[in-house]
Design a protein around this ligand. Structure first.
Ligand SMILES: NC(=O)C1=CN([C@@H]2O[C@H](COP(=O)(O)OP(=O)(O)OC[C@H]3O[C@@H](n4cnc5c(N)ncnc54)[C@H](O)[C@@H]3O)[C@@H](O)[C@H]2O)C=CC1
Ligand SMILES: O=C(O)C1=N[C@H](C(=O)O)C[C@H](O)C1
Length: 270
């Protein structure tokens, strides 16, 4: 492992639900220092002015990520924004040799491969993780195991009603992992018909994904496996965004020892 030191972090999306939680986590962590934040507005402000509960965060806010990377010495960029901004910010991090820790959803396997080849050339470590909650990652792994024996499976992801993307990055990653062990199969009756379009959910290689959006929810997922006379249900609930923070912290420490881009927290857990 790299010699223990304080890691210098830039956070993109500091006013968002995840970005603000990440800043509060960094402020409490003895091994992490917030050096700057990248936001849509508030150029030149202090993070403490934007993020409730981060009154001690004196780091500067930039609207221009080039200026931020040029002026600040950072080890890591943590991004919780949206798919377009996340991709732009990840590319900038690579250009400036800053290790990316990306929680933003919306990255395809092709995106990951393209960024990875650039990072391999530079021997730059980083991670894109659709979900940083350890329990959610375990549900993905258990689903991969179960799909070998239960090819009939449906994913139901449930989130707060401010979520912009559907299905969730977690559901897509879960489906991807399941296809590694699941015998290819079109889910449901061969002659089924939707009398209301969309009733059967999204089709991921014959498997169905359903997205629920309701106030009161945070982030939840169920994977249902049906067999003759039995039903296996795997479920995870994030009831607080604190559930993601151990994973974000662990990823930030771990990317310092990587020389490639990893896709999924499960690939760096012991
Ligand atoms: N990997 C994980 O464990 C988790 C991932 N997420 C993902 O993280 C992303 C953010 O989620 P939330 O925080 O709930 O969204 P949010 O909408 O609360 O926050 C996003 C923030 O990013 C800002 N933003 C957008 N473009 C920007 C740019 N170019 N530069 C700087 N800031 C920019 C917005 O103004 C907003 O404040 C989503 O893609 C979500 O799916 C959410 C929770 C956990
Ligand atoms: O937007 C969210 O809230 C979440 N997004 C991620 C996803 O799309 O999977 C992770 C988690 O589910 C919360």
């Amino acid at each position: 492992m790299t010699e223990k030191k304080e890691l210098r972090i830039i956070v993109a999306g500091p006013r968002g639900r995840m970005g603000s939680e990440t800043i509060r986590m960094i402020e409490k962590a003895p091994d992490l220092i917030l050096v700057a934040a990248v936001d849509h507005g508030h150029d030149g402000a202090r993070v403490s002015e934007l993020v409730p509960g981060a009154e001690g965060a004196d780091a500067k806010v930039y609207t221009d990520i080039d200026a931020c990377f040029s002026n600040e010495q950072a080890d890591i960029l943590i991004d919780f924004t949206n798919p377009d901004s996340g991709k732009r910010n990840l590319q900038k991090a690579i250009d400036y040799g800053v290790r990316p820790v990306i929680g933003t959803s919306g990255f395809s396997n092709d995106d990951v491969a393209a960024y990875r080849s650039q990072m391999d050339e530079k021997k730059l470590g980083g991670i894109i993780a659709p979900n940083f909650a350890i329990g959610a990652v375990l549900v993905m792994k258990f689903s991969q195991m179960a799909a070998k024996y239960f090819p009939d499976a449906e994913i139901i992801e449930l989130h707060h009603d401010k979520k912009k993307d559907a299905p969730s990055g977690t559901a897509v990653k879960t489906a991807e992992l399941m296809t590694k062990t699941r015998q290819a199969k079109k889910q449901g009756a061969a002659d089924e018909k939707e009398t209301l379009p969309g009733a059967r959910g999204a089709d991921y290689e014959g498997m169905r994904i359903h997205s629920v959006r309701l106030p009161g929810l945070i982030a939840h997922q169920e994977v249902l496996f049906g067999g003759k006379g039995e039903l296996l249900t795997l479920r995870h609930d994030s009831m607080d965004r604190a559930s993601f923070m151990n994973g974000v912290h662990y990823a930030a420490k771990t990317v310092m020892d990587l020389e490639t881009l990893v896709y999924g927290l499960e690939n760096i857990l012991d």
